[in-house]
Structures are given as C-alpha cells and as structure tokens.
Design a protein around this ligand. Structure first.
Ligand code: HEC
Ligand code: HEC
Length: 321
C-alpha cells in the first residue's frame, strides 16, 4: 500500500494543486453562469467561473483520495484524468480561446496548455505511452493547422448578426455599404475605405476618428465585434451594379429596406425579412407593412412621400427580374 509510483506522485501533486486552484478560483469569480463573458483570470492567466472552480475542486479532491488509497487507485486516477484532460484540451482547441465548453466552462489558451499538460502527464504517469503520443500528435496538428479547427460557422454567424446590427444601430443612416443596401452620405463610403475589423472597432468605440460627427459607443462587446466582422467582410465585396442610381423609390429602398429584403431590381440580398421578388407585394401591402412593421420589421422606417415612392417602386419591380 505504501509503495510510491509515478502515478501516485501525479495523484498527490495534481490533486493538491487542483484543490488549491479550485479554492483560489472562488476568490476571483464565483458566478455560476452560462454567460461566456462572465469570467475572471486566476493569477491573471487562467479564465474561470464558478463551474470551472467546482470542476477543479472535485477532480483535486479525488486525486488526494486516490493518493491516500495507494498505487492502484492512483494509477486509475492518472488514467482517468489523463484521458479527460486530454480530451478537454483538444475540445478547447477546437472551439477556440474565449469560448466556453458546454456553454458554461470558459477556457483560454493558458487553460488549454494546462489541460494538455495535466492530460499528458497523467497518461505518462500511468505509463500509457501510446495514448499520450496520440494526443500529442492530435494537438500538434491542431495547432499547426488552425484552419482545420477554427470553424468558419462561427465567424459567419457573427457577420450575420452584424448585418442586422449595422442597420439597427444606425450605421446605415450615415454610411454607404453596398452589400447592406445602405447609401448614407454623412460619413465616409465604407466600400471606398474598406476598413478592417480593428479600424471599425476603433470607429465604433471612439466615434469615427473622433471628429465628433459620429456618435461614440453605438455598440459594445460582442455586438461591436459582430458589426466589425460584418463591415470588414462586406466592404470588400463587389458593389451590386444596381445599388446606386435609378428612381428615388429605388434609392430609398436600397438605403432603408435592402439590408433585410432581397429585391433583384435594387440589387439587394437581405435575408432578415421575406424575399420581395417571391411575395410580389401590392403597393398597399407594402404601405401597410411599412406602417405597422410586422414581426421583426421596425414600423415607420420611412413615412409620407418616401413611403409612397418606395411602395410604388417595390410593387412595380418585385418579381420582374
Ligand atoms: C450620425 C452619423 C453616423 C453614424 C450613425 C455612424 N457613423 Fe461612422 N462615421 C460618421 C462620420 C461623419 C465619420 C467620419 C468622421 C470621423 O471619422 O470622425 C465616420 C467614420 C467612420 C469610420 C471610419 C473611421 C476611420 O478610421 O477613418 C468607420 C469605419 C465607421 N464610421 C463605421 C461606423 C459604424 C460601424 C457605425 C455603426 C455602429 C457607424 N459608423 C455609425 C458618421 C456616422
Ligand atoms: C430590420 C429588418 C427589416 C427592414 C429594415 C425592413 N423590413 Fe420588411 N420585413 C422584415 C421582416 C422580418 C418581415 C416579416 C415579418 C413577419 O411577417 O413576421 C418583413 C415583411 C415585409 C413585407 C411583407 C409584409 C406581409 O404582410 O407579408 C413587406 C412588403 C416589407 N417587409 C417591405 C419592407 C420595406 C418596403 C422596407 C423599407 C421601407 C422594409 N420592409 C424594411 C424586416 C425588415
């Protein structure tokens, strides 16, 4: 019972460390949350929240128990932890830093490195060389070829969200961005300056370059990120030939409606609301929709003469192209 072994050393050291880390963690963040932004960095390094601390505490206490129970229990502990932490490290690598496992356990790169070390050490302590080599190879590939593991879906849904926010937060009123159908002229044409994400984020935070003409802080946090991702993406895209010029109704449509609705004649491809080429609305139906704002459509985006012109335009061109 008293013999020492690498696995027993692992159970003792890791058990004690995790127990202490779990207890310390609560002094940094004790929120039991599924909000990925609610997290704090233990010792300025490891992102945790209440759930993550509980995981550390439980696995740590198990290690101490295994240590006391002897070599056999310690080896089981080393194998179990080795496999679990290796899997968690690979998983963390796949979802990326700043995200949360199962939506509740936040991770960052330092966490991933810690998880991987714990996993590999555990497997090595239990002398499971084959498995630990396999994990090391998977991780090496994952780090070497980030394109495989950083899923495109994430950035796409972020940009989709940004498209709606671009209109909701009023960017469209002041800026031209052909892909969104916006033709505002108070601020610079975003298709011309083609800002990257960082430049857009700075503009949102500081109000453009700070001339006072653009309001500061129109969006924050993830919303600002989403708008930046969208604008950086969309400003590089080719301008639909029909977005500029044409009758006034067309201009009004492109500016106010195109970001949410597809209408071939105006060259817009919004997908928040129904495709108007498909529903081919009559003038009075368009006027009714503008006035009442069905569902997610804001009411009275345009009024008076503008509403009449845009309704006449939509009903005359929808489904004709
Ligand atoms: C009330 C009008 C107005 C609104 C609303 C507005 N902007 Fe601006 N924006 C401006 C003006 C004017 C400038 C140029 C003056 C300046 O940069 O201070 C500008 C500049 C910019 C720039 C260029 C900054 C640079 O580095 O040269 C970007 C990018 C930008 N805006 C993005 C946005 C985004 C994204 C939104 C929505 C969250 C938005 N703007 C909302 C008026 C506006
Ligand atoms: C922020 C996004 C958004 C904008 C901007 C927007 N719409 Fe909509 N629109 C929607 C959505 C979403 C619906 C479907 C609502 C529902 O039926 O639940 C809709 C529905 C409609 C319908 C169909 C109504 C019906 O009864 O079937 C018409 C016509 C329409 N919009 C025209 C316009 C016009 C014209 C403009 C510009 C003045 C405009 N929309 C601007 C989102 C938008």
């Amino acid at each position: 019972m008293q013999e020492s072994s690498p696995a027993r050393l692992y159970a003792g050291v890791v058990g004690a460390t995790l127990t202490i880390a779990g207890i310390l963690g609560f002094f940094y963040n004790a929120d039991f949350t599924s909000n990925p932004a609610d997290r704090d960095a233990v010792l300025g390094l490891l992102d945790v929240n209440g759930w993550h601390n509980v995981v550390h505490l439980l696995t740590g206490l198990l290690g101490l128990i295994a240590f006391m129970a002897g070599a056999y229990a310690s080896r089981s502990y080393a194998i179990a932890l080795g496999i679990i932490y290796s899997a968690v490290a690979v998983w963390g690598l796949i979802i990326g830093s700043g995200d949360s496992i199962l939506g509740i356990v936040p991770i960052n790169t330092a966490d991933n490195v810690l998880h991987l070390s714990l996993g590999l050490l555990g497997l090595a302590a239990a002398q499971m060389w084959g498995v630990s080599a396999a994990v090391a190879v998977v991780m090496l590939f994952g780090i070497a070829i980030p394109g495989i593991v950083t899923s495109d879906n994430d950035s796409e849904s972020l940009a989709d969200k940004g498209q709606v926010l671009y209109v909701e937060q009023g960017c469209a009123n002041c800026h031209t961005l052909a892909a969104s159908g916006s033709l505002g002229t108070i601020g610079p044409d975003l298709n011309e300056i083609k800002p990257d994400q960082k430049r857009v984020l700075n503009a949102i935070k500081n109000g453009g370059v700070g001339s006072g003409a653009m309001p500061k802080g129109l969006a924050q946090g993830e919303d600002a990120d989403a708008i930046a991702a969208y604008v950086a993406d969309a400003s590089g895209a080719p301008i639909p030939p029909d977005a500029k010029g044409g009758p006034p109704g067309k201009q009004i449509f492109a500016i106010n409606c195109g970001s949410c609705h597809t209408l071939a004649d105006a060259g817009t491809s919004g997908a928040v609301g129904p495709n108007l080429d498909q529903i081919k609305p009559s003038k009075s139906l368009v006027l009714g929709a503008i006035k009442s704002g069905p569902g997610a459509m804001p009411p009275n985006i345009v009024t008076g003469k503008d509403a009449q012109q845009v309704a006449a335009y939509v009903s005359s061109v929808a489904g004709k192209k």
